[in-house]
Design a binder for this molecule. Structure first.
Ligand code: PGA
Length: 275
């Protein structure tokens, strides 16, 4: 009887909380979700993210490309966000981040890589064209997401419309300070950005959100167990049908139902596990 239960599909896909013992093992879970998608659908459209949290995810994807032939040649990518007014060559631009951590090592076709243009002469128009291009390629199959301490996804800071599309946003002072580590000092961090909207993110077929460390614990708890609110933008993911929240133990520190999440994950049949 028990084995029948264990072998049955669990169906727990809506907001699946996967707690791992280290950022590296969490990154491996995320990369294997992406790898499975690419193998099943080589033309998959990936929504990509930047930030320190994503570095081990890209390391693992690069390893899978090199060692296991994971082939990105027919995939397309759309990044979440970019600073306004920062040259794409600036080492802290997200264009530079993506080259440094991912694109230079893998075989995504350059004409299928999309990153918001923070230097367009007409940024609002470039934002509309970005949305058009996503639609033209059939929509995003899987969106990778980090989360800010304030609960932002992409650069959708608290109070962002839950229906928003790609547009210009002003960063909070908290985010400016958090990102100053990539710039040297907060004064150099651009105040304005282009970001996919929350509505754009919610249109993707699957969302994979990662968070590491105790500093993210409150935002993670609000995302998974708090009320849905524009004051904590990531909480809108409770309305999405297919979300994996992949975190390390310290980031799970303020969740109340960790035993249940572990129980669900441990009870998944092998074919539904991501490692
Ligand atoms: P981080 O940023 O991965 O550098 O912590 C995440 C975010 O702000 O979305």
């Amino acid at each position: 009887m028990l084995s029948i239960l264990i072998d049955a599909p669990t169906g727990d896909f809506e907001m699946e909380v996967i707690i791992q013992e280290s950022p590296d093992s969490a990154a491996r879970v995320a990369a294997s979700i992406i790898a499975r998608l690419i193998r099943e659908k080589p033309t998959a459209v990936l929504g990509l993210a930047t930030g320190g949290t994503m570095e081990p995810v890209y390391r693992e994807l690069v390893r899978l490309h090199r060692n296991e032939g994971l082939d990105f040649s027919r995939a397309a990518t759309f990044n979440l966000d970019e600073y306004i007014g920062l040259s794409v060559e600036h080492p802290s631009s997200y264009h530079a981040f993506m080259q440094e951590h991912f694109f230079r090592y893998v075989n995504v076709a350059p004409d299928r890589i999309h990153i918001p243009n923070g230097n367009a002469a007409d940024v609002p128009r470039a934002c509309r064209e970005y949305e058009d291009r996503i639609r033209a390629l059939g929509g995003i199959d899987l969106q990778l997401l980090g989360i800010g301490r304030d609960g932002h996804i992409g650069f959708n800071e608290p109070s962002s419309s839950l229906a928003s599309r790609t547009r210009i946003k002003t960063l909070t002072q908290e985010t400016l300070l958090d990102n100053a580590r990539f710039f040297g000092e907060a004064e150099s961090v651009p105040r304005h950005v282009v970001t996919m909207g929350i509505g754009t993110i919610m249109d993707s077929g699957q969302c994979v959100l990662l968070a590491f460390g105790a500093s993210k614990a409150e935002a993670v708890a609000g995302t998974v167990e708090g009320p849905v609110s524009a004051s904590l933008p990531a909480s809108v993911l409770q309305f999405h049908e297919n979300v994996q929240v992949i975190i390390d133990r310290p980031a799970s520190g303020k969740l109340e139902r960790t035993e249940y999440y572990d129980w669900v994950y441990e009870g998944k049949p092998d074919w539904q596990r991501y490692e």
